[in-house]
Design a protein around this ligand. Structure first.
Ligand code: NAD
Length: 254
């Protein structure tokens, strides 16, 4: 993979899967903007800068239009253009239908789905002006299999699939590719926090590996590998696709 001269913006890039995506872009020559609500993004920026990488952090709540527009402006001001956007930011608190009140539903939809729409709306005019670009949206296996305790979450990710296909079709004429990735189960920063709150032992990823046909949970890098591939020239004829990276979990549930 060679991203020399490319500028990539990663939402939710401060931690978890997003931080791995940031790492892979930087290690392959891109300059990166981390757009996140967490101050961890600033620390990550300093770490990478100390290794000579060109990276910026912008505080951005993807559910707020002003923040999203500002993140895109910062990218253009600092780096002069924007070739790649990865809409990775997402939250996944558990609740079934009856536990889901209106505020909980709105919060999940605002971050996981509206955030993707707002970022696409902000960045597409820039990409059209530049003559092309690439967008990757983070889905979830739950978009297709549902999930009793992930009621609103699964539906928000279903919306991301529809948004991805819709924009892939609409934007192909502008040389903008739009794809997505469905991770299976990753012991990310956020997932570990949730499992700790549930009282699970620290070795829960190993304990639960037996449910995975390929024998282990996915790592952040497993997911980042596919995101970076979809943004690369090797995927130059791929658009409107959701790539499932789940160690076979989805088809084992059919
Ligand atoms: P994580 O909690 O470890 O990291 C998420 C990042 O998003 C954090 O840096 C957080 O600060 C940021 N974020 C949260 N709300 C934000 C907001 N409003 N605006 C900007 N940034 C915000 O989570 P993760 O596991 O790395 O998940 C990343 C993506 O992958 C999410 O979209 C998630 O739904 C998806 N996913 C994860 C798994 C999994 O098993 N971990 C499975 C399927 C899909």
């Amino acid at each position: 993979m060679n991203f020399d001269g490319k500028i990539a913006l990663v939402t939710g890039g401060a931690r978890g899967i997003g931080a791995s995506i940031v790492k892979q872009f930087l290690e392959n020559g891109a300059k990166v903007i981390i757009a996140d609500v967490s101050p961890d993004g600033e620390q990550l920026m300093e770490q990478w800068r100390s290794q000579g990488k060109e990276v910026a952090y912008v505080h951005c709540d993807v559910s707020r239009e002003n923040d999203v527009n500002n993140a895109v402006s910062v990218a253009e001001q600092q780096f002069g253009k924007l070739d790649i956007v990865v809409n990775n930011a997402g939250i996944f608190p558990r609740a079934d239908l009856l536990q889901t009140d209106e505020a909980f539903w709105d919060r999940i939809m605002d971050i996981n789905l509206k955030g993707v729409y707002l970022m696409c709306k902000a960045v597409v005019p820039v990409m059209i002006r530049q003559g092309g670009g690439c967008i990757v949206n983070m889905g979830s296996l739950h978009a297709s299999i549902g999930g009793e305790e992930l009621f609103a979450y699964a539906i928000s990710k279903g919306g991301v699939v529809t948004l991805t296909r819709n924009l892939a079709h609409a934007l192909a004429k502008h040389n903008i590719r739009v794809n997505g990735v469905h991770p299976g189960w990753v012991a990310s920063h956020g997932e570990r926090a949730l499992m700790r709150a549930k009282g699970e032992d620290e070795d829960w990823p190993e304990q639960h590996s037996s449910v995975m046909p390929l024998g282990r949970l996915q790592t952040e890098d497993d997911i980042a590998n596919s995101v970076v591939f979809l943004c690369s020239a090797n995927a130059g004829q791929i658009t409107g696709q959701m790539l499932t990276v789940d160690g076979g979990l989805g088809f084992s549930m059919l």
